[in-house]
Design a protein around this ligand. Structure first.
Ligand code: MG
Length: 393
């Protein structure tokens, strides 16, 4: 029986993880939850899962939840809050496996603490590898901790990597749906509205990741994550546009063989893979209909229409400080786009300007990472505040 902590339990990955726990009650037990701001959902999860510890974003939310749990007769659940609360959830001594699915840098400290506490990590939070990859990987080596990717592409690469040795890998191919603007003309890009950008063709996800898919910055982050998780230079992490999102990624070996991972577009599958690794439990609810293979398209990405990909390759080449700035500036720019303050192409323009102003100082602690992150956010706010940046996309 694996005992789980779920960081980000009310988000889509968290809920899919709980659905796996529901399907495999003999394999997985939920011990602690970090639920953020969603009080009602956190309360419902406490009723259903009776975790030992639950964490919310703020002291006020925690006090309200404590009161509601008391009224419901659940006095034994420990309610904590904030960063210290999330760290408590992630490092509870009895926990073996931590699902890291908090969106944004809020998940960094707790994930790092979990690695240092020797927990196996199911990694769904992108910032962990993009903003703090070197630090987390170093701690994982020191504490002999496995980092199992839950993001569908990296999960696919992890599966395909089992087909050969690391030294036999020629390159990996991350597939990308191309988002809703795959075939939109460049001239129309500046008129793209938030409502149009929020419609993703194949996956239903949170707002930021949906916009990141539309700009292809999501794929850019995945390039950086793949470099770090699989110890590959950026030139060996390629992207192919695959609108059907059926092949989740490929690994190409030096003998000319290419292995692909194919499955339903359902996040429960990579979550179950990570939870059960190295086993593969039977999951008939996730079976794949081969008829879906009748049409599979692949093509090269367009770096002119999707400058975020170019910016991400550049950041991956230039190092940790640029990767932190890339992520932080993107988050601020995406929020500004959703509020109607900058146009769609203002997102890459803002990021490019922030990257140009970023120092190359290498962070040596999570605190350093958070400080560099905040500096890049401040820089992005001032770039946006000054009006539409004019740097070419
Ligand atoms: Mg992905």
């Amino acid at each position: 029986m694996k005992k789980l902590a779920i960081l980000g339990s009310t988000g889509s990955i968290g809920q899919s993880t709980l659905s796996i726990c529901e399907s495999f009650p003999d394999r997985y037990k939920v011990l602690s939850l970090a639920a953020g701001h969603n009080l009602d959902e956190a309360f419902a999860q406490c009723l259903r899962w009776k975790p030992r510890v639950v964490s919310l974003a703020t002291e006020e939310l925690a006090a309200t939840l404590t009161q509601r749990l008391r009224e419901a007769g659940l006095k034994s659940i420990e309610v904590v809050y904030g960063t210290a609360g999330t760290v408590r959830v992630a490092t509870l001594p009895e926990v073996d496996f931590v699902v890291s699915a908090i969106v944004g840098v809020a998940g960094l400290e707790a994930t790092y603490a979990a690695v240092c506490a020797g927990k196996t990590i199911g990694l769904a939070n992108k910032e962990c590898m993009v903003a703090a990859g070197e630090l987390i990987l170093k701690a994982a080596r020191q504490h002999d901790v496995a980092l199992l990717p839950i993001d569908s592409e990296h999960n696919a690469v992890h599966q395909c990597m089992r087909g050969g040795k690391a030294s036999e890998v020629k390159q990996v191919w991350l597939t990308a749906s191309g988002g809703p603007f795959r075939s939109t003309a460049l001239a129309e890009f500046d008129y793209i509205t938030p409502a149009q950008a929020l419609k993703h063709p194949t996956w239903v996800m949170g707002q930021r990741i949906t916009i990141d898919s539309a700009t292809m910055m999501n794929k850019g982050f995945e390039i950086i994550e793949a470099c770090r998780l699989f110890n590959l230079p950026p030139a060996k992490v390629r992207v192919t546009i695959h609108p059907q999102s059926t092949v989740h990624s490929f690994v190409e070996f030096i003998d000319g063989s290419i292995l692909a991972q194919i499955s339903v577009t359902d996040m429960r599958l990579p979550i179950l893979y990570a939870l059960a690794y190295p086993d593969r439990p039977a999951a008939p609810q996730l079976s794949f209909d081969l008829a879906a293979l009748s049409q599979l398209d692949f093509g090269p990405p367009d770096l002119i229409r999707f400058p975020c990909l170019r910016l991400a390759y550049g950041a991956a080449e230039s190092g940790p400080a640029a990767c932190i700035a890339l992520n932080a500036a993107d988050e601020i720019a995406v929020a500004a786009f959703l509020e109607g303050r900058i146009p769609f192409l203002g997102i890459p323009r803002t990021i490019e300007e922030v990257l140009a102003k970023t120092s190359s100082r290498v962070p040596t602690s999570i605190k350093d990472v958070l400080a560099a992150d905040e500096a890049a956010r401040e820089c992005a706010r001032s770039v946006i505040g000054r009006g539409a940046p004019s740097v070419s996309a």
